[in-house]
Design a protein around this ligand. Structure first.
Ligand code: NA7
Length: 551
């Protein structure tokens, strides 16, 4: 335990911790486990009443991860890998919530988590090198370090429609679906949004609702999940292969345990071979389709051929040709928005109780007491579902009032865009680490694998500080500016973000535009982080304990 890190019982003095961790999702749980391993006192504040983060909040029908279970899991404990039994290729929300609860219990994490508690403010005390943290329970604590595990997709985006407050039915955002569910039997349901969430929820809601209206503004590419149960033999093989898979994940640009594509470009093979490769990849399904060829995300021609293949496949699934064309009026290359993974999505439009409404052609004008009105028509509804996404990457961080050196608000620092060093720290905000922050690969990877890499790096960095009696870490503003420049430069070489979406911040009014993911690959990112640490934490500035000089 480091200096003055003990609970102070005097109620007038803020409780003091070595580390405060924000959030008890996948990142916060693992961070707590590792901080304890260093002998540090840690407190986690979690705004929900349970663990799991994304998988605590997103309880809408059909919610499941679209990364395979055998990749979307912790790798830090072999015992955990061996004892946990995944049941499906793509795990459902309930299964994932059970998993994170199991992790919390297995590693005895709950005793350091304060549930139902949001962090409202974190203020850096420059004289003492400590963060002063105020929570929604009006409790103030102090900590030497803050680790934000607040999530990339946790601040919900609910667009404000005129008249929304007059609606007499029920309105709900998908990430606020109640624990007990909503029985939509006999209801007229409207879903706004056809991103990954809408595409998962729509087929499930359609099975129960009397009628389902889908309000689609931007059609998108979606690839069949080809979900399947994991039988005993597959489970045994999976458990046997975890270590080998870990090596594959480590070498992969997206942190997934898949082998690299058979050929690097769609253009280097003849048409018959290309079609065969695409058919094989389509039959396999899942998010890996985006990597059928190495250059799908970088070469416009390769992308075009792949996109046309997918469009033809979708067309075959939808009986009504007008509906098919509306679903296929896609205005961006495949992969320029998050590739959606679907189960029975397109087939759902063949049901008599489902209507697709094009709100690009006729925008939503207002919500009325009885339903929703577009510029062309009115729809009577009992339930309006907002599958309208999140203020991604920076939303959760900026929802808190974070003030760094000299009281500088993070909101002010990032008013023109989120500059960070490695996506881990922001200069002027010493001793504050971000897990999967802007400027890291974040959700542009198998996020739980990136989370582990971040937490491991932060843990090693803190161990370095403890060993060397260092009190404070910050990033050199020049190193930060150079990293941020690289993030933008690499993004500009890909098709990622070549269209408006949450990836570019375009879904939030007034948000600075730009891709905030490091797209050079998680394997490269990991190497850079390791190299920087090995080179005496190049680009970071430390302050020894009891000394105001920096090193
Ligand atoms: P997304 O991908 O941001 O999708 C939100 C959807 O909501 C998208 O179809 C939006 O249309 C639609 N939307 C948002 N505001 C409106 C308004 N005002 N009118 C009509 N339609 C609207 O969020 P998801 O939750 O689906 O997925 C987020 C991530 O979670 C996903 O990328 C995965 O990483 C997991 P638009 O495209 O803006 O025209």
């Amino acid at each position: 335990m480091i200096r003055d890190a003990c609970l102070i019982e005097d109620p007038t003095t803020p409780q003091e911790f070595d580390v405060v961790i924000i959030g008890a999702g996948a990142a916060g749980l693992y961070a707590l486990h590792r901080m304890r391993g260093l002998g540090l006192s840690a407190r986690v504040f979690e705004k929900g009443d349970g663990v799991g983060g994304t998988w605590f909040w997103n309880r809408y029908p059909g919610a499941r991860c679209d990364v395979e279970s055998w990749d979307y899991c912790y790798t830090f404990s072999e015992e955990l890998e061996q004892e946990w039994e995944w049941t499906e290729r793509f795990p459902t929300q309930p299964e994932l919530e059970r998993y994170f609860n199991h992790v919390a219990d297995r590693f005895d994490l709950r005793r350091d988590i304060e549930f139902d508690t949001r962090v409202d403010q974190a203020r850096f005390d420059d004289d003492r090198n400590r963060w002063i943290i105020r929570t929604s329970s009006d409790v103030t604590v102090s900590a030497r370090f803050v680790v934000s595990a607040a999530g990339c997709l946790s601040e919900v985006n609910t667009p404000r429609f005129e008249g929304a407050e007059t609606f007499e039915g029920q309105q709900i955002h998908t990430a606020r679906w109640p624990k007990g569910g909503i029985n939509v039997t006999g209801m007229r349901v409207g879903v706004i949004g056809t991103g990954s969430t809408g595409v998962q929820a729509i087929p499930q809601l359609a099975k129960q609702a009397e009628h389902l209206f889908v309000f689609q503004r931007t059609p998108q590419f979606a690839i069949p999940a080809r979900n399947r149960p994991i039988d005993d033999d597959a489970l045994e093989e999976l458990k046997h292969n975890y270590r080998e898979r870990w090596e594959l994940k480590k070498a992969s640009p997206v942190g997934m345990g898949r082998r690299p594509p058979e050929v690097s470009s769609a253009l280097e093979v003849d048409e018959a071979t290309r079609t065969r490769i695409l058919e094989d990849s389509w039959a396999l399904g899942g998010p890996g389709f985006a990597r059928t060829f190495d250059d799908v995300m970088t070469n416009a021609d390769s992308n075009q051929l792949t996109s046309e293949f997918v469009q033809d496949k979708i067309r075959e699934k939808v009986e009504d040709s007008a509906v098919a064309e509306s679903l296929l009026a896609i205005d961006h290359p495949l992969g320029a928005r998050r590739l959606i993974v679907e189960i029975d999505y397109f087939e759902t439009y063949n049901r008599p109780n489902v209507t697709l409404v094009d709100v690009a052609a006729a925008p939503i004008e207002e919500i009325t007491p009885r339903g929703l009105r577009t510029t062309e028509d009115s729809y009577d509804l009992d339930l309006i579902v907002y599958a309208t996404g999140f203020d991604g990457m920076t939303g959760a961080l900026l929802a808190m009032d974070i003030q760094g050196v000299g009281g500088l608000p993070l909101r002010a620092k990032w008013s023109d865009g989120a500059g960070t060093y490695l996506g881990l720290v922001a200069s002027g905000f010493p001793n504050l680490f971000m897990i999967t922050g802007p400027g890291s690969p974040a959700v542009f990877s198998n996020v739980i694998f990136s989370i582990e890499q971040h937490v491991d790096w932060i843990t090693d960095c803190l161990a370095h500080m403890l060993e060397n009696n260092l009190d404070r870490i910050d990033s050199d503003p020049e190193a930060e500016a150079e990293w941020t420049r690289q993030v933008h430069e690499i993004a500009a070489q890909t098709i990622v973000g070549k269209t408006d979406s949450w990836w570019t911040g375009a879904n939030i009014e007034g948000k600075p535009r730009g891709v905030t993911f490091y797209l050079g690959g998680t394997h490269t990112y990991r190497e850079i982080c390791e190299e920087i640490a090995a080179n005496g934490y190049k680009g970071f500035v430390f302050q020894p304990a009891g000394n105001s000089a920096t090193v």
